[in-house]
Write a protein that binds this ligand. Structure first.
Ligand code: NAI
Ligand code: NM2
Length: 442
């Protein structure tokens, strides 16, 4: 499949139809995995037309029929009684062709979180994965095909910013669901606004994790690791600002450093590995740059923060680094303010609940947050006061598909997962029914 230069119906994906474009290499531990060429205006247009044609059939199918190929959530409207026996009802209808644009960190999950509810609601989707991770969305298309999704309903187009722009600007597109950085999210919103298209934005974060002295410490330590080192720290909702109540700071640091040093870094295909390589050389350099900057600004590296070369010769060209814990951090440091998107935990002391909530909220991001405490009232009070789309109590990074996920503030808007997602992939039609005579004013 990789390197093919034509459409592959039915789940159209383009990997090279434009000889004028420069091919981009997808590399794995320094070796080329596949080559691809971005889609241009012609291919984007064809994909959207193909999705639109499939949508016209798919939208007519009853939920039960769609449920044979995709697990359809309960999609229903409301019945509203009006005077004189008249009534109104609402219908949830699909939007049309939706575009999904994904980041590279969870490529298969992002493609699924967007396309499954879009299709379940009766829409078609044209999905563009990140050019860093072009393959798994194509595998998802194959899975859909096997499950019985009609030809053209889920199309994958390859490319970067130019292809993304073509998708956002296409007049036949009804909605854009975007996962990526804040600067790109703003551009996507701006382009979509010009065509009055609906938008869902899942953007970056710099989430706070609050650890109170009355917590169950072992769990809090494990939670802090889950909040920082999952997927090499390349997770938008990671709790990278770890606020620890001063009294328990020494015990917390001792335990967290011990566990961090023991994380097996290496081949992600081996069962025992808990951390793989970062996505690319420039990204590794960026993350290491944050660590050096933190040192310059007065942070103390308790462990990690340097590149490592695993012993396996096959991994020599990979972009591995040792997971890092930073102590002596302050709220005004770059490592505490900016999204690093790598395995770097910044630890900060606090004294009171009121103080830590103010500090936790002092950010333009608002994706997630977490609190560890045994005090049930405190836990819910903190959850209420933190300005974030999710608050984890006594755990972190738990996101089953039945639970809504999305941001506050500059981390975006709209929600993915959970029943609420229906609202973001459908529109409401009101039907008003008169049961008596028309009472005309004229
Ligand atoms: N809130 C969430 O659910 C998640 C957010 N992210 C965020 O994503 C970022 C990292 O991912 P990246 O791929 O580096 O982000 P990015 O913003 O550079 O790219 C994301 C996607 O947008 C496309 N794109 C770039 N310029 C575009 C344009 N002008 N018009 C349309 N599309 C364009 C890219 O090709 C890619 O597919 C981090 O900030 C992270 O926090 C990542 C995963 C989940
Ligand atoms: C699955 N989870 C919660 C760890 C991450 C989901 C958001 C992302 O794509 O970064």
């Amino acid at each position: 499949m990789i390197g093919c230069t034509t459409w592959l119906h039915p789940y159209v994906f383009y990997l090279g139809a434009q000889p004028a474009c420069k091919p981009a290499n997808l590399v794995c531990v320094g070796r080329i995995l596949c080559q691809m060429v971005p889609c241009g205006a012609e291919e984007v247009d064809e994909a959207i037309k193909s999705a639109h044609a499939a949508y016209l059939q798919w939208r007519k199918m009853a939920g039960m029929e769609r449920a044979r190929v995709i697990c359809v959530l309960f999609i229903k409207g409301q019945h509203i009684q009006l005077p004189g026996g008249s009534f109104a009802y609402t219908r949830r209808e699909p939007l049309g062709v939706c575009v999904g644009i994904g980041a590279w960190n969870y490529p298969f999950q992002i493609a699924s979180w967007k396309s499954a509810p879009a299709l379940a609601c009766g829409n078609a989707m044209v999905f563009k994965p990140s050019p860093m991770t072009p393959v798994t969305a194509v595998i998802l298309a194959e899975i859909y095909k096997e499950a019985g999704v009609p030809d053209g309903l889920f199309c994958v187009v390859q490319g970067g910013a130019d292809t993304g722009t073509l998708l956002c600007q296409h007049p036949k597109v009804a909605k854009v669901s975007f996962t990526g950085s804040v600067p790109t999210g703003k551009k996507v919103m701006e382009m979509s606004a010009k065509g009055v298209k609906q938008v869902t934005l899942e953007l970056g974060g710099k989430s706070p994790l609050l650890i109170f002295k009355d917590c169950e410490l072992e769990n809090a330590v494990k939670g802090a690791l889950m909040a920082n080192f999952l997927t090499q720290g390349e997770v938008c909702c990671n709790g990278t600002r770890v606020y620890v109540q001063r009294e328990i700071m020494p015990q917390f640091l001792e335990k967290v450093v011990k566990r961090t040093k023991a994380i097996p870094v290496g081949d992600p295909l081996l069962d025992g590995t808990r951390m793989g390589a970062l996505i690319s050389k420039p990204h590794l350099e960026k993350v290491l740059g944050f660590v050096s900057q933190a040192k310059k600004e007065g942070a103390k590296v308790l462990c990690g923060g340097e590149p490592i070369v695993p012993s396996d010769p096959n991994l020599k060209g990979g972009y591995f680094m040792a997971p890092c814990v930073l102590d002596n951090c302050r709220d005004d440091m770059t490592c505490v303010k900016e999204e690093i998107f790598g395995p770097v935990m910044s630890v900060l002391p606090f004294d009171t609940e009121e103080e830590v909530i103010g500090r936790a909220n002092n950010t333009t991001f608002g994706l997630a947050s977490g609190v560890f405490t045994r005090d049930i009232s405190r836990a819910h009070r903190v959850a209420e006061n933190l300005e974030a789309g999710t608050c984890f109590i006594n755990n972190y990074n738990i996101s089953p598909v039945e639970v809504p996920f999305g941001g506050y503030k500059m981390s975006g808007f709209g929600r993915e997962n959970g029943q609420v997602t229906i609202e973001y992939y459908s529109q409401l039609k009101t039907v008003v029914v008169e049961m008596g005579d028309v009472d005309s004013l004229f």
